[in-house]
Design a protein around this ligand. Sequence first.
Ligand code: GLA
Length: 734
Amino acid sequence: MDIRYNERSRTFTITAGDSSYVIGIADKEGFIGHVYYGAAIAEEPMYLLRIDEPPFVPTKNNRDRGSFMDTFPCEFPGNGLGDYRDGAVEVIDAGGHRAIKLTYEGHNIIDGKPALAGLPATFETDGARAKTLEIYAKDEALNVKAVLRYSVFEDSDAIIRSTELINESATPVLITKIMSASLDMDSEDFEFLSLHGSWARERQIDIRPIGYGKTSVGSVKGESSHQEHPFMALIEKGSTQEKGRVYGFSFVYSGNFLAQAEKTQFDSVRVMMGINPQGFKWELKPGDSFQSPEVVMVYSDCGLGKMSRTYHDLYRGHLIRSPYKDKERPILINNWEATYFDFNTEKLLDIAREAKKSGIEMLVMDDGWFGRRNDDNSSLGDWNVNEEKLPGGLKYLVDEVNKIGLKFGIWMEPEMISPDSDLYRAHPDWAIQIPGREGVRSRNQYVLDLTRKEVLEHTWNSIKTVLSSANIEYLKWDMNRQITDIGSAELGRDNQGELSHRYMLAVYKLQERLVKEFPNLLLENCSGGGARFDAGMLYYSPQIWCSDDTDAIERLGIQEGTAIVYPLSSMGAHVSDCPNHTVGRVTPFETRGNVALAGTFGYELDITKIPQEDRDMIPFQTATYHKYNKLVRSGDYYRVASFRENHYYDCFGVVSKDKSEALFTFVQVMGRPNYHSRVIRIPGLLPDVKYVVEGVSEEPEEWLGSTLEKAGLRIGNLWGDYKSLLIHISKADD
Ligand code: GLA
């Protein structure tokens, strides 16, 4: 970790692990240029800014300023002054003009990493310190200043960027776009990797060429969304898990976002990531500042695998705060797929009693326990217990569950309001809406305008009252619709464009209060499955529900895409009943368990009703979880084979940091005749060490790490579809 300024060449070099990032100041005007990002280098190749080639810098050739502006590799481009590529910042000044150009004014290199007010952000720890470069840039005509921040940690290859804009003028400025990071690179035939999806099919890996013009993904749904994901990677064509130059960009934010690569006339690529400018407008009053969320950039010249492992380590070590992050999470049983809305105290206690016998540790009561909610048409906002279903209230139920020996967790959807609720009847204006229009319903519900103080306070009190009413040790915080009808009763004409970001700040404020006032609560975020599975949410909850699709085979793709960025310890994964409720597929109970063991692990079924032979497997699965969870939670992740690519089998695993132990999961999705190759190469082990391999043949086998990596293991025909193996590898005794 190092950040240094070279006075002579006017360059900043940021070193993060194996990567270097170089920024140069060009010309008397102080253009801030992007010089280099990639494998670590020891010099500053300023020639990459091409300031000595035509059209030169404006001091040498002002007649062609326009050409210079449109070709210069810019570190944080403005708008409206000759650079026709997309700007990273756009504003409207008091006269209605839209130009902005930020040039170098000064800098500071500081120890540590400043927190970002109101926003989730990576942080330093006692064990791994940070350094931050702040570059101050100014538009003299507007009197607006920007602070470009770059932070690095001692133990990571990641570089973290964010932008702050400060209005030093005497008149308001409207920000219409502010990216958190932008950089101009040579195109080098990169491909664009994104995580595409839908409800129940989140984060599927998609790779496409970067053609001329713009290649982008984004959300304007008020959440990171099922459909696109706040992550992109520029990857060298042909990159694999082990090979290829790969640049990852992950956004620490849960609302509207844009991730874009723009290939230009000169074969350069402008990459940017930030809050989606569509619909965004922020009034920056004199003296005010606006802080963007942060982007985590990771470079790997050893393919996607190293990039993923860098993200996993960074997010486990420097983003997730929960006291649970390094602990085994209780194995839970959730009643959603077991009962949906049709349950009562007796039913839940029956499940709890049976669950206890099999080693399950917590009962989570899902949707339907409050107001008059017997389906999804009513009662969101009325967070008082339905005593017809739960006589004696939460306290009685939770005490009984605790007596059985299980912890208790609960579901809430605090951000929502049903039109059919006492809350809506009392405060119809509390819903986000546009006057004169009937609000668009989704799952028959509206979204609360949490940007209003009284709405936020009321919502907080509801959460607090529920959590304080009994011994509740886990909360599943759901958010089941996207935002439409962008309108807040409190914002004026010029400020409605602030609503979506203000909304996210309000959600973060609520979750911040939650983690401060209930520090031992295990929080799991959720959004109609995995529509808010993002780095922003991980700052508050150590785990997030991955998807409403619990089918083991569908989960292979969902969990593979999720693990591109996020550690396995954060992926909510449960065993559910068959035929699967989303796709109707029947898979062996053992495989459902093996796939869910790659996440936080739990059950989502009526344990009193499933076949006895399935129930008999649960004690073994819960014991397996305890045996291997530390390894799964803290090890290095390796993707060995992908069913998405080979349409046949899937294989992934984790290797402990000290390389003494590993666990690999193999799923034969399609049965094929015996002679079909099923050799899997086990990466990440020590080459000269003998390991014991269990789970492939009847008897354990011993092989050197180098044999396992180079020759691999041959998996016999597992005979049938959806069969799976857990392969445990441990150092042999000397
Ligand atoms: C969402 C969640 C589910 C469940 C339901 C309840 O869809 O993802 O797990 O909690 O809401 O309505």
